[in-house]
Each structure stands twice: as C-alpha cells, then as structure tokens.
Design a protein around this ligand. Structure first.
Ligand code: NAD
Length: 427
C-alpha cells in the first residue's frame, strides 16, 4: 500500500500565523464599539480553495504540489494579495496572510478585500520550464476564483514579474481575451506599473521617515539593520541609504553582514550578481553570528524576510527604537508587549509594507483605464497615501492610548466591518 502524506491544511491548535491574527483581533475587539458585533466575520475566511497541482517534471515523472487561494474578506472590493512559492506554505499560513491583506488594504483605504495564495514548493529545486508548468497549472486551478473584478494576485516570496506574466497569460488563454488586470506586479512591457518593483521598500521608507519626524529623531545618519535582502529588503536598503541613513547590518539566508560605518547596498547588489549565497563573501563588511543580528546597535530594525522572527526570546535584546515591519507577521504579540514596555515603536506590517499593494492598486487602475502614469506620479501618489494613512493612525493611537498596531487594526477593522454591516446578511 502506498503511504500518502497528509495534506498540510489547518493548524488545529492555531499556534501559527493564523493564531497570531486571531490574537490581534482579540486585542482590537474592545475598541470597536457596536461594530464588534460583526468581528467574527474576520475570524472566518470567506473562501479557502485547496488545489492539487500536478506537474510533469523534466525527467518524465509526475509530481503533485499543494496550492491554495484564500479570499479572507471581500466586503470592500475584489480580493487582492500575493502568491507565495515556499516549501513551508500551509493553508493556515495563507489564511493569515490573506487576513493581513484585508486589514492592510483597509488601513490605507484601498478599494480591495483581502486574499492570498501559495504553492507548497521550493522553486529553487525546479528548472525554469518546470516552474512555468507549475505556475500555469496553479493559475488554471484557481481560475474559478481570480479575475480583474474578483481577485487579483501579485508577487510575494519567491514569485516575480515572470511568474505574473505566466499567470496573466494562462488566465487570458482560458478566458479567450487578454486580461492584463488579473494580476499586478507584471513586467512593464505587458501592462505593469513603473515603480512597482521597489514600492514595498519605498513604502517602508515613507512611514519610517514620518515616524522619525514624530519621534523627533533625524533620518540622516540613522543606523538601519535589515533582515532579508530580497525584493523588499534590498529596495528599502537602497532608498534609506540614498536618503542619508546608514545600513549597518544585513542578514539573509547565507548569513549576516555587519559594518558600523555602513554597507553600500548598491555595491552589495553588484557583488551578489543575483546569487544571495555570495553574501558572506562580501569583502567590504564583517560577518557576525545570525543570533547577534538582533542586538545590532542601531536606530531602525527592518525585518523583511519571513514571519515569526521577533519573538519573546530575542525581543529583549533589540536595541533599535523603531521597528519597521517590511515582512508580514515578523513580530509575535508577546514580543510586541516586550518592545512596547521598552519604549520601542513598532510600525506594523499592515501599514509599513502597504506600499506594494498601493502601487499594485495603481497598476490595476492603469490597466482598467489603459492610461499609464509617469514614475514621478507613482512616487508622489504613493508618498501621499502612505503619509496620510500614517498621520491618521498615529493620531488615533495617541487619542486611544494604544500602540500603532492596535490603532491600525481599529482603523482598518472599522472600515471593513462598517461595509459588512451596511451590506447586511443574505438572505
Ligand atoms: P523575497 O523572496 O524577494 O526576499 C526574501 C529574502 O529573505 C530573500 O533574500 C531570502 O533569502 C531571505 N530570507 C528568507 N528566509 C530568511 C531567514 N530565515 N533569515 C534571513 N533571511 C531570510 O521576498 P520579498 O518579496 O522581499 O518578501 C519579504 C517579506 O515581505 C515577506 O514577508 C512578504 O510577505 C513581505 N511583503 C512583500 C511584498 C512585496 O511587494 N514583495 C509586499 C508586502 C509584504
């Protein structure tokens, strides 16, 4: 008898990211007034789709991968959220990531609900043709849920412009017409937006700049430590560096670089030449233990890798006064309590990394109108939307005497639940 491994559906004890999201909802519940009656809506994803993705490998074998697409809430518009290719993806993780998209889209007032997708695969083990076949079959399998007016995927960990191009092409073939608006984060040559590639890192910078002003701290010379030198981390590093901040530590899968005098992220990128494994061979900085990254002497800490990185174990060692959550879910609620008590300001993921989805929204608007904006238009509009969201959330936090995450959740959940209540139940 063949033994089949159990599908990685749900984390029944809610110990992972979904449990973390539920705990975040518990924290916001007392602040929602009569809308709290509707809060259970957010404890139940609207739809979860689990798909089998069979792929013919180059050696002729057939392998099966698990794929997911979750629409957490669609009260304010079509679903919006990225697709992650990672060997640890589970339904529970995708549920949490989709829920954070609901909150994020509402926090910056984009007309979208929250969704997310993923495939349980290590894409580094696939050839390019295998990756293309996997992407196309996954897209076809989730084709019943996605669409420019229904649910619009985008890149996330280990997915990129090329994968979005294949997704758009597959959906369009199945529909019989070119539908550029079905995904965002596409190459510019086929309807992508200028400014999308660096948008999440740029957004991290905008909210950090505004927070530093409120905290009365200078940006010039501010020391920044960054975990993850991928899409978000390296864009943030370049933008902070170009604005006069100093990147003193960079951690990625290969190890951790440290230089109190500052690391030039442009030079590091040139050195890596697309191979992250070369990081620790960079001659212009020292290498430190991964665990010592968290106690780097710096003003700003920017986690931009994966969730669950700042925990009750390492939080007491953090010396930064400002944490900018480029990654989704990097800080556990217990760690946040420790950081709050230590006077460290945490810019929550649902605000700090909203730059990507904001420019995705711009891309979707440009696709719908077939009229394209300049890069300056994109930067200016992104800066305005995120600065305004930051100011409103900062003021709400002060008025309610809560931290910035709870204030962001109050703002966002109120918008979602207001729409939910006004739409009413059916039948
Ligand atoms: P990416 O794959 O481009 O980069 C992630 C980087 O983190 C890689 O360089 C990887 O080597 C590194 N990494 C992975 N595990 C690590 C570990 N344990 N320690 C140190 N480094 C590690 O992904 P990305 O698009 O930059 O996304 C990073 C985070 O930002 C994710 O949490 C993602 O959900 C979130 N995010 C991304 C976007 C976006 O526009 N790309 C938008 C919002 C949020």
């Amino acid at each position: 008898m063949t033994t089949l491994s159990l599908p990685s559906y749900i984390d029944p004890a809610h110990t992972g990211p979904w449990g973390m999201f539920l705990e975040q909802l518990d924290r916001v519940a007392p602040h929602l007034g009569p809308l709290a009656e509707w809060l259970d809506t957010l404890r139940h994803p609207k739809r979860c789709l689990v798909v089998d993705v069979p792929v013919r490998m180059d050696d002729g074998r057939i392998r099966h991968f698990e794929g997911f697409r979750v629409q957490h809430n669609l009260s304010r518009g079509p679903g919006k959220g990225g697709v992650r290719f990672h060997p640890d993806v589970t339904l529970s993780e995708v549920m949490a990531l989709s829920a954070w998209m609901t909150v994020k889209n509402a926090a910056v007032n984009l007309p979208f609900g929250g969704a997310k997708g993923g495939v349980r695969v290590d894409p580094k083990t696939l050839s390019t043709p295998e990756l293309e076949r996997l992407t196309r079959r996954y897209t076809s399998e989730i084709g019943t849920l996605i669409g420019p007016d229904r649910d619009i995927p985008a890149p996330d960990v280990n997915t990129n412009e090329q994968i979005m191009a294949w997704m758009m092409d597959t959906y369009s073939i199945n529909q019989g017409s070119t539908q550029t608006g079905v995904v965002t984060g596409k190459p510019v040559s086929m309807g992508g937006s200028l400014g999308r590639r660096d948008a999440t890192g740029r957004g991290c910078f905008v909210v950090a700049r505004e927070a530093l002003k409120r905290l009365g701290r200078p940006l010039t010379g501010a020391r920044v430590a960054i975990q993850g030198f991928g899409n978000v981390g390296n864009a943030a590093a370049r933008i902070f560096h170009d604005a006069g901040a100093k990147i003193v530590a960079i951690q990625d899968v290969a190890g951790t670089l440290h230089h109190p005098g500052g690391i030039d992220p442009h030079a590091l990128l040139r050195f890596l030449d697309g191979d992250p494994r070369r990081l620790t061979a960079y001659p212009e900085a020292g290498v430190i233990d991964n665990a010592d990254f968290w106690s780097t002497d710096c003003e700003i800490l920017l986690p931009a890798a994966l969730e669950h990185q700042i925990t009750a174990d390492n939080a007491p060692r953090i010396r930064a006064k400002l944490i900018v959550e480029g990654a989704n879910g990097p800080t556990t609620p217990q760690a946040e309590d420790i950081l709050d008590a230590a006077g460290c300001t945490v810019l929550p993921d649902v605000l700090a990394n909203a730059g990507g989805v904001t420019v995705s929204y711009f891309e979707w608007v440009q696709n719908a109108s077939s009229f394209f904006w300049t890069e300056k238009d994109i930067h200016d509009r992104l800066d305005r939307i995120l600065s305004e969201a930051f100011q409103a959330i900062w003021e709400l936090a002060a008025a309610r005497r809560v931290n910035l995450r709870t204030a962001t959740y109050i703002m966002a959940c109120s918008r979602v639940l207001q729409a939910r209540a006004q739409r009413g139940l059916y039948p």
